[in-house]
Design a protein around this ligand. Sequence first.
Ligand code: 2RA
Length: 355
Amino acid sequence: RKPVLALVGATGAVGGVMIDIMNARRDWPWGEVRLVASPRSAGRKMTVRGEEITVRALAPEVFDGVDIAMFDVPDEVSAEWAPVAAARGAVAVDNSGAFRMDPDVPLVVPEVNPEQIANRPRGIIANPNCTTLSMMAALGALHREHGLRELVVASYQAVSGAGQAAIDRLYAELVAVAGKQVGTRAGDVRELLAAAGLSAEDSPFPAPIALNVVPWAGSAKGDGWTSEELKVRNESRKILGIPDLKVSATCVRVPVVTTHALAVHATFERPVTVAGAREILEAQPTVVLVDDADGGAFPTPADVVGEDPTYVGRIRQALDFPNTLDFFVCGDNLRKGAALNTYEIAEKLAAELAG
Ligand code: 2RA
């Protein structure tokens, strides 16, 4: 029989992108798709590949007969329910942060460490955080050839990574500043937001996000670090299989709705050339190279929204560091950064079941 796939969190933002991805997929290995959400959203009807499916409420029995259950839900929901799905015989592919650093849960990027899919004693596979994921296809390919030793990263993260409230806030702030001559005087963006009734206390961001950048993403983790910065460090080490990789990240929120960008400073065991890096990245099917800076060609988030591959450009050999490349990478945080990578893992599991 063909495998049964469940999508938990079907009515959420990433769930919606997941359904778009499923609708566009050429190969379709599934015998049945079940859509699952909180009891509040249960009963809604959603269309997957022309078939209207009624969303079921999350409960243990929805996993009976399910082979693969994809979770696009908050950490605490995954922490409770992914083990329930696994206990009922499904492999849970989880896009939350609940299991990523569990030594008994592989953290998988299919084009980097697909062999880890088989190593799942808890019946759970984790999907990386979108910030880390955005650079993994490129870094994994370069690491295979040159041996990555150190990684220094600055992120430029889209607000959709912080959820719908963050998207709504950016739109509201943009309306408040639209058409105004601001930015010449300290404090005037804050004054305009206050005048529009947008109080700082109600914002998901610790500073204005319109006409600004905010060097803070995620939650405080001590000694000045944020959760996003520590995820970049811990997850990069685990995915690439380099436990002692030296990593330092600064995660910044920018007024972009979708697509994370990262400035990457990657140091390898051996000297690397730009030409050599281009050859490696051109051979990596899930990377698109847009790299003719002198001709004005480089990736920007606006060009990458809705795209499956990650885009790389501005590749430079760092002038004072012979073993180091600098480059800029953009990845749609809701697609490869979340739904797509999860679905690609599910597809690999379906192929495994088909033998
Ligand atoms: C963010 N990486 O951008 C997170 C989303 N998981 O906030």
